[in-house]
Write a protein that binds this ligand. Structure first.
Ligand code: HAM
Length: 426
């Protein structure tokens, strides 16, 4: 990644910090690698991510470590390690940085990719838990989703579509009952499915619903739907999430096939797609993961979060013509004559301190060459400093786009440039 594209990346990250900050989130910087065990336990052994995509290697002490394929597991590990349950709850954290998955690379899918994510964690206090928490949990889910949608709107991302679902929870009368029903139905139609899906009937039947294969779509459409099998509490929670999204003016589409590829989810799941991305069009995925902190050795804790694929977000912005423009300079200081160097340096220092982007050539140049160079790097103004200018105190400023030139006293020149900086259109 190089300039000017990195300008766009920085702008996107800056906007994320502003928007997430406005919702009360603080930044966490988890490590790039962790014990393999952490990811295996959190994400699940039968998932694609853990079973075939992790970059794992043996460390010198013969423990296995992995480059992080995602950050939710690390955030939960940090929550436990740093006793964050003792802080005012919920704890709201965001992160950004590289993740690693050994997938087949294509447009929008890379082995080192970048995520911007956020997590809300809440340790259960005495007397908490159960059905009375449903309205609160649903409100948190909806606010987290509202926050991503606000971020995308602020960036001007186009064709944004939000899919939501509930995948219930792990009690016998909820998801396990549905999975058993689904599995029985899948066994019945097994012959019509492709080998990948046939295998998943055993390992992870829910993932069959994720299939994009044309030949399987008609069969999948006839399968039982989880919404019809949710327990009362999960059904109530799902209805409340939808009501909360409506209250916040967030438009969504219900997608009963949205099951997500990581094992830690329960209840609310969501995915967001955007324009211009082809087949890899999921720009954000997330959901609720109550119980993950407990699974990792912490106390009972609720969790909800998401991660945005930053590479895909940037691609979509670029396809929509919202890419970065080459970073120009405000001022090119064309100085001539050794005696003017001290003045040129002082002018550069003062303009830089005022926030202007300044190019000060290291050695003196001939006038024509200096102006050609100023033009080439996209400078708006050339400040011309020759010995005459320094002696008279009247400096020359050339506006490169129009070719107009004017002479100004030093103080007026600095005022003019500072104003030009604050209104770049003028
Ligand atoms: P995920 O769906 O695995 O979820 O990844 C989130 C997003 O990361 C995807 O929607 C996609 O935009 C991007 N992404 C994933 N793999 C690649 C890749 N190989 N190349 C480019 N982009 C990619 C998670 O990672 C969860 N940790 C999200 C979460 C946070 N759930 C709760 N909290």
């Amino acid at each position: 990644m190089l300039p000017p594209e990195t300008e766009l990346w920085n702008g996107v990250e800056q906007t994320a910090r502003e928007v997430f900050g406005s919702y009360g989130f603080g930044e966490i910087r988890p490590p790039i690698f962790e014990p393999t065990e952490l990811f295996a336990r959190s994400i699940g052994l039968d998932t694609d991510v853990v079973s075939k995509e992790m970059y794992s290697f043996e460390d010198r002490d013969e423990t296995s470590v992995s480059l992080r394929p995602e950050a939710t597991a690390s955030v939960c590990r940090a929550y436990i390690e740093h006793n964050m349950h003792a802080l005012p709850q919920p704890v709201k954290l965001y992160y950004m940085g590289p993740m690693f998955r050994r997938e087949r690379p294509q447009k929008g899918r890379y082995r080192q990719f970048y995520q911007i994510g956020a997590e809300v964690l809440e340790a259960l206090q005495q007397g908490q838990g159960g059905a009375k928490d449903i309205p609160k949990d649903a409100a948190i889910d909806a606010e987290v989703i509202e926050m991503v949608m606000t971020f995308f709107a602020r960036l001007g991302l186009e064709g944004v579509e939000l899919d939501i679902n509930s995948i219930g929870h792990n009690a016998p009368n909820c998801r396990p009952a549905y999975v058993a029903k689904l599995k029985a139905e899948l066994e019945r139609v097994k012959d019509k499915l492709e080998p990948d899906s046939q295998r998943r009937i055993e390992t992870n039947p829910l993932r069959v619903l994720d299939s994009k294969l044309e030949s399987e779509q008609a069969i999948i459409a006839t399968l039982p739907r989880i919404a019809d099998c949710l327990c009362d509490d999960c059904a109530k929670q799902y209805a409340e999430v939808k009501r909360q999204l409506d209250l916040r003016g967030v438009a969504y589409r219900e997608n009963w096939r949205l099951v997500r590829g990581l094992d830690y989810y329960m209840r609310t799941t969501f995915e967001i797609t955007a324009k211009g991305l082809g087949s890899q069009n999921a720009v954000c995925g997330g959901g609720r993961y109550d119980g993950l902190v407990e699974l990792l050795g912490g106390q009972p804790t609720k969790g909800i979060g998401f991660a945005i694929g930053e590479d895909r977000l940037i691609l979509s912005l670029q396809e929509a013509g919202k890419g970065a423009v080459a970073q120009g300079r405000d001022v090119y200081i064309a100085w001539m004559g050794e005696k003017t160097l001290a003045t040129a340096i002082a002018a550069a220092q003062e303009s830089r301190a005022a926030g202007l982007r300044v190019e000060l050539p290291p050695v003196e140049q001939k006038f024509g060459k200096a102006l050609a160079q100023a033009d080439k790097i996209g400078a708006r103004f050339a400040l011309i400093l020759g010995e005459d200018e320094v002696a008279s105190g009247l400096w020359t400023l050339k506006t490169l786009a129009t070719g107009t030139q004017e002479k100004l006293e030093k103080a007026d020149m600095m005022d003019f440039l500072k104003k030009a900086k604050s209104s770049p259109q003028s």
